[in-house]
Design a binder for this molecule. Structure first.
Ligand code: MTE
Ligand code: MO
Length: 530
């Protein structure tokens, strides 16, 4: 009899704990959806990410089949962990209440919950809350709605408190509903009170499950999974990449949707007079328009994590000058509302081409490319061009950003690179006296500019000049082409290489993307068939 009772108690604790944890997860999802407040499931990756070394990071990405899969695994594990801990606390609570009942009735609160059990739950969950805050401290300032980091940290802490409190309340109430033998004020409507209560708890759980499913589906639809890593390449490559086709890389599971009215840009750190700008204030400053190509450090030779746009914004150095940098500043930390950071040398930050951009190809920055404001840092890998920029901090030490801490770099200057966009690898051509194959592609050499592009049809033994069809700004890629008339059928190895504006030929040394970006020549095979 006593054993049965214990089992019933434990069962009730388990169900109450699980339902309470589900409620908490739903509260977190709702706050994320409605207010852009990051739940622990999202914060986890941001907390852990920079502390992985780059080989572990890339190893995990490969092991789980991609960055998207790794992001899902991280968030999924935290949610599973939350449910497991919630359930465990429910079990412990059942044991505690059972022991209490065996002694004598303790003082009782409204609804017949003992004061002792309330205290126990508050202490346990309170401890977990403090622990969570301590663990997530460095990333609390994230706000996907664009609140500045200070207020954002408060919002995250309060939201987490609300979520944890919802767990505590639901556990106390749920357990009491399922186990109490004294009726809860209202008369029995559905037979024995215990049965009615089971129906109530079951109903609440079902409603919760439905609500959280709906929320999770919506959040999934907002997620970056279907566009993170989007590339642009191929025979229709355009000089200026249309906004909808510009490559995308993001660390986020769901990208920020910044509400401009709450967003601010802060210039802080070692400055005489810290500055805070609203979007409207930024937009009244004298703008610069500048064509600049961005390329991701993870772009393998020949691939499409590289695009070109015309950016409009304010030179960062104007903002830094207005704040009055103090002597001793060596680096500038660029921080995003999503918690992402990267750094540039003070000299680079104050170079006239380093922009705080708010327009891309004449349109407001698209959401995915950093709306309302991003950094555009020419000549360095795309990592430095922090999207959804919210804070610029001048520091007197060698600060490191999100990926820098993993060990990428140390140099982030883009090497000279060239790509064949047409034909595609192993494309077949029917040989004939009139066969003319149009080779096309892009070449990029950061701010050094591209002086020359050459192609080879014999795997690099001999080279022929290509035409430069499009030469934009000195910070942009070039588009090149070459008409090839094969003299006989065969299997050809096509290679392309560029020479930069300083006269240096692109290095043939093959290097992978980790840790400083890929080098080597892009090679493809063309099959000319008799
Ligand atoms: N806030 C923020 N900025 C960011 C990133 C990010 O995850 N968050 N990713 C960086 C990386 S790795 C690259 S390559 C570029 C890509 O910019 P794009 O998506 O506009 O092409 O943004 C950089 N800026
Ligand atoms: Mo990147």
């Amino acid at each position: 009899m006593r054993l049965l009772r214990l089992l019933a108690d434990l069962g009730a604790g388990l169900v109450a704990g699980l339902v309470a944890a589900l409620l908490m997860t739903t509260v977190m999802a709702a706050l994320r959806y409605a207010l852009g407040i990051p739940p622990p499931a999202e914060l986890f990756g941001d907390r852990v990410g920079p502390h992985l070394d780059v080989d572990t990071f890339i190893g995990l990405i490969n092991q789980y089949g991609g960055y998207n899969q790794l992001k899902q695994l991280g968030a999924g594990s935290v949610i599973a962990g939350q449910l497991a801990v919630g359930l465990l606390i429910g079990l412990l609570y059942a044991v505690l209440v059972g022991r209490e009942r065996a002694r004598r009735p303790a003082k009782v609160w409204p609804l017949g919950i003992s004061r002792r059990s309330v205290r126990a739950v508050v202490v346990a969950v309170g401890l977990l809350y403090v622990l969570s805050l301590a663990l997530l401290w460095p990333v609390l300032g994230i706000s996907y709605r664009g609140l500045p980091p200070g207020p954002a940290a408060w919002a995250t802490a309060v939201a987490m408190l609300v979520a944890y409190a919802s767990y505590s309340g639901a556990l106390l109430l749920g357990y009491r509903l399922m186990t109490s033998r004294t009726p809860l004020r209202r008369p029995a409507m559905l037979g024995r009170p215990i049965g009615r209560r089971a129906v109530v708890v079951g109903g609440v759980a079902l409603a919760l499950a439905l609500a959280s499913r709906e929320l999770i589906e919506r959040l999934f639809r907002m997620a970056t999974f279907d566009y993170d890593g989007m590339q642009v390449r191929g025979p229709d490559i355009a000089p200026i990449t249309p906004n909808e086709r510009f490559y995308i890389v993001t660390k986020n599971i769901i990208d920020p949707r910044v509400a401009r009215p709450v967003w601010r840009l802060e210039i802080a750190g070692q400055v005489r007079q810290p500055q805070t700008y609203t979007f409207e204030e930024l937009a009244t400053l004298p703008p610069t328009t500048q064509e600049t190509t961005l390329m991701c450090i993870s772009n393998p030779v020949g691939e499409g994590l590289m695009s070109n746009a015309v950016w409009t914004g304010v030179p960062l150095r104007a903002l830094i000058a207005a704040a009055g940098p103090l002597p001793g500043v060596v680096r500038v930390v660029l921080q995003s509302v999503d918690g992402y950071t990267d750094t540039v040398a003070f000299d680079k930050a104050t170079h006239p081409t380093t922009l705080v951009a708010y327009a891309m190809n004449g349109e407001p920055l698209p959401q995915r490319h950093g709306y309302p404001v991003r950094a555009v840092v020419p000549n360095l890998y795309g990592e430095k061009s922090v999207k959804w920029l919210t804070r610029v901090e001048l520091v007197g030490y060698q600060a490191q950003g999100f990926y820098e801490r993993q060990g990428w770099g140390p140099t982030f200057v883009v090497p000279t690179t060239a790509r064949l966009d047409a034909p595609h690898h192993e494309q077949r051509f029917a040989f004939g006296p009139d066969l003319a194959v149009l080779l096309k592609g892009v070449a990029f050499a950061g701010e050094r500019g591209v002086a020359r592009v050459e192609v080879s049809f014999d795997d690099g033994r001999t080279w022929q000049p290509a035409r430069l069809d499009y030469v934009g700004s000195p910070l942009a890629w070039v588009l090149w082409s070459h008409t090839w008339r094969p003299e006989r059928p065969g299997t050809y190895r096509l290679v392309v290489r560029a020479t930069d504006g300083t006269g240096r030929i692109q290095t043939p040394v093959e290097r992978g993307t980790v840790p400083s970006g890929a080098t080597g020549y892009h090679r493809i095979t063309a099959l000319v068939e008799a």
